[in-house]
Ligand binder design. Structure first.
Ligand SMILES: [Fe+2]
Ligand SMILES: [Fe+2]
Length: 284
């Protein structure tokens, strides 16, 4: 039997980002919104099938132990961005943005709206965790909507029917409203499915304000920040900081398709911005 982890359903990692953007496209009619599942292309559907089936509680703990001790590497933010840019997929170099261009485009949209420097910086950092793909992690462990493990799955998570294949569904302790958690215990105590959000949060948390930490850590937690699910685990502090997660999400979703950033022109600004917050090298 072929192990699912060997499959890479998405031709490019960005296919998932594009799918999410389509789901939440502004001005979309209610009916279009409800039909997004059927318009989703088969590769995205297969991607979610793998993601929902294999992101178990044990898998999440294993990956957190592996990466969140940050003992793998020492690199500057720029070295990591350059490394991420080596992610070779089937994208078309004439029309598709490079990974760094996506980061710069998001950051530039935030800058144009006059937001604080730490917010602009967050735009630049937010997808650096996708280097997990270069570490050999399968797509389903790097991108995708994140969701709590160790408690019941909300039907507000996209493609909830695919959770039927997750071994955790057979563990009764994991399938109650609160699962292994206490009511309103706060998201910091909750394990989310593993991916690029948690990794970039862990790598940068010491250096950025708490609002930025939330933006980085929860930017793919759509069930919560767009659909209001999992309120039973959130505390008041989470609720207030999710305002920032939602503010950030608009830039992540809608900065795409704007003009290609003039990288050489704006690079000095971002070099200064990064060095304002980060030492020359950090632990990854
Ligand atoms: Fe992301
Ligand atoms: Fe992004």
């Amino acid at each position: 039997m072929k192990h699912l982890a060997d499959n890479a359903p998405l031709k490019q990692l960005d296919e998932w980002d594009d799918f999410v953007a389509t789901r939440y496209r502004q001005g979309k009619s209610e009916e279009e919104f409800r039909n997004y599942k059927t318009e989703a292309n088969p590769t995205v559907t297969e991607f979610y099938r793998q993601n929902h089936a294999q992101q178990t509680f044990d898998f999440v703990l294993e990956k957190k132990a592996e990466y969140c001790s940050l003992s793998r590497d020492k690199k500057s933010i720029w070295e990591m961005a350059e490394y991420l840019n080596t992610l070779v997929d089937d994208s078309d170099p004439d029309t598709d943005l490079t990974q760094i261009e996506h980061l710069l485009q998001t950051a530039e949209a935030i800058r144009k709206d006059g937001h604080p420097r730490w917010f602009i910086l967050t735009g630049f950092l937010h997808d650096l965790g996708k280097v997990l793909c270069l570490y050999g992690e399968p797509q389903w462990a790097v991108v995708g909507d994140t969701f709590p493990v160790g408690c019941e799955y909300s039907d507000q998570v996209v493609f909830p029917e695919f959770f039927a294949a997750n071994p955790d569904i057979k563990i009764p302790a994991y399938q109650t409203e609160y699962g292994i958690y206490k009511p309103h215990c706060g998201l910091d105590k909750v394990h989310l499915s593993f991916g690029h959000d948690e990794y970039i949060y862990q790598a940068t948390r010491k250096y950025v304000p708490e609002e930025a930490q939330y933006m980085l850590r929860y930017h793919s937690f759509y069930a919560a920040h767009r659909h209001g699910a999992y309120r039973q685990l959130m505390n008041d502090h989470d609720e207030s900081l999710f305002e920032w997660v939602r503010k950030f999400n608009a830039y992540d979703l809608y900065s795409k398709g704007r003009e290609r950033p003039k990288t050489q022109e704006i690079l000095p600004y971002y070099e200064e911005l990064v060095s304002e917050f980060f030492p020359s090298k950090i632990d990854w």
